[in-house]
Design a binder for this molecule. Structure first.
Ligand SMILES: C[S@@+](CC[C@H](N)C(=O)[O-])C[C@H]1O[C@@H](n2cnc3c(N)ncnc32)[C@H](O)[C@@H]1O
Length: 380
């Protein structure tokens, strides 16, 4: 399981990334000191021991999930898949008292149906447990103790064990949301892709429930996002005993001690006082003091202070209508911010058309199901 030439005891982990955020996840994991971090389409492999996987769950802001690779094998048909899965030792995470969920992604393989592939994996796991323990674990679609994911491509299978439990965007500080909140993991990736140095001030003039300002302040203050979570998936595994719990508690303690909580001026604005109140409550829950101001974007003016980063997620798409007049007002207001960097998450081509100049960089992303672009501008 270890990378070639390294300690074979090391576990291969995989940090899954929303489309277009892979580089942000790779850079973050490298900065956090994880080993053999690589870039793949869809995610970022890295290596470590189990506590390093737990640390990734606690510290990583940008990944959707952290998973461990349990095995890779050929699976030219249902029987080969079943036998290979049954050969893995599942008592590391499961007992008959635990619940299990299996999902699968299948492509260009003899097995063509992902639901069927998941069923064969589940059968192999529960049959092994019944043989070894006399009883089998139950399947639970919602909140299982153990989540297994199969990736089957060209008859080659990779089996993943999910450490995260609930997806990592569920930080634990969000008390409420506006109409179309960004996932916290996507917001954190966008802040990285924008090139923010964490020293310059930051303004979000359409903050909604406050996702960008809160994620920015937590990052600048070195507050690990997982500290708000009560529990991760790995804490429910059969192997997670008192020694493991003590190791995790000391890891949490170290991360708490290294959080300094300092951040540059961060201003969160929105036209809607009700959603601003939601943002205030979310920020308080995250232990943050930010500046909040109710204002329409057309009234945004430079205040004479040093240039800052403006990051904005204007309304567009399914839940919020694209509004060309609003985009024109936004383009006019943003063109006044000489020397600022702008990071605009654009889900409609009308947004780019309303901007006063051409972007210096762009990143293709997806906000849930919606394709969108992050447009970066450096104003002279
Ligand atoms: C897509 S939502 C932002 C969601 C936010 N990023 C979050 O994670 O919750 C767009 C926000 O723009 C605000 N908005 C709409 N028109 C505005 C205007 N003219 N000036 C300022 N804010 C406006 C809406 O109230 C809404 O909260």
């Amino acid at each position: 399981m270890g990378p070639q030439g390294q300690n074979p005891e090391l576990i291969e982990f995989y940090a899954s990334a929303a489309p277009g955020t892979e580089e942000a996840v790779r850079d973050e994991l490298s900065e956090l000191g994880f080993r053999s971090v690589r870039l793949n389409r869809g995610g970022v492999p890295f290596f470590g021991d189990w506590p390093e996987g737990w640390r990734a769950c606690l510290q990583c802001r940008t990944a959707q999930r952290i998973m461990a690779v349990l095995g890779r094998f050929p699976a030219a048909g249902p029987e080969a898949l079943y036998e290979a899965v049954r050969a893995v030792d599942w008592t590391c995470c499961l007992s008959p008292r635990h619940t299990l969920a299996v999902s699968a992604f299948v492509q260009s393989s003899a097995i063509t149906h992902s639901g069927f592939a998941a069923l064969r994996v589940k059968d192999a796991i529960v049959d092994q447990l019944r043989d070894r323990c006399g009883q089998r674990p139950d399947v639970a679609r919602d909140e299982p103790d153990v989540r297994v994911f199969l990736y089957l491509n060209q008859d080659r299978a990779t089996l993943y064990l999910d450490l995260s439990g609930e997806a990592l965007f569920r930080r634990g500080y969000r008390l409420g949301a506006g109409e179309a909140p960004l996932k916290e993991t996507l917001a954190a990736a966008i802040l990285r892709l924008s090139g923010w140095d964490r020293e310059q001030g930051l303004v979000d003039p359409m903050c909604g429930s406050g996702t960008f300002p809160i994620e920015a302040a937590l990052w600048a203050g070195n507050v690990a996002p997982g500290l708000f979570r009560e529990r991760f998936g790995f804490e429910r595994w059969a192997s997670f005993d008192a020694t493991a719990a003590a190791t995790l508690a000391s890891l949490r303690g170290e991360l708490r001690a290294s959080a300094h909580g300092q951040h540059p001026g961060i201003t969160a604005m929105d036209i809607d006082e009700a959603v601003l109140e939601v943002a205030r409550r979310n920020a308080r829950q995250a232990g943050l003091r930010l500046r909040f101001r109710q204002a329409a974007i057309r009234d945004l003016r430079p205040d004479g202070g040093p240039p800052r980063l403006l990051v904005v997620n204007p309304p567009y798409g399914e839940r919020l209508e694209a509004d060309p007049r609003l985009y024109q007002e936004m383009g006019t207001a943003l063109s006044r911010l000489s020397g600022w960097r702008l990071a605009v998450l654009a889900g409609s081509p009308l947004i780019e058309r309303a901007m006063p100049l051409r972007p210096s960089r762009r990143h293709a992303l997806r906000n849930g199901d919606l394709p969108c672009e992050l447009l970066l501008y450096d104003l002279a």
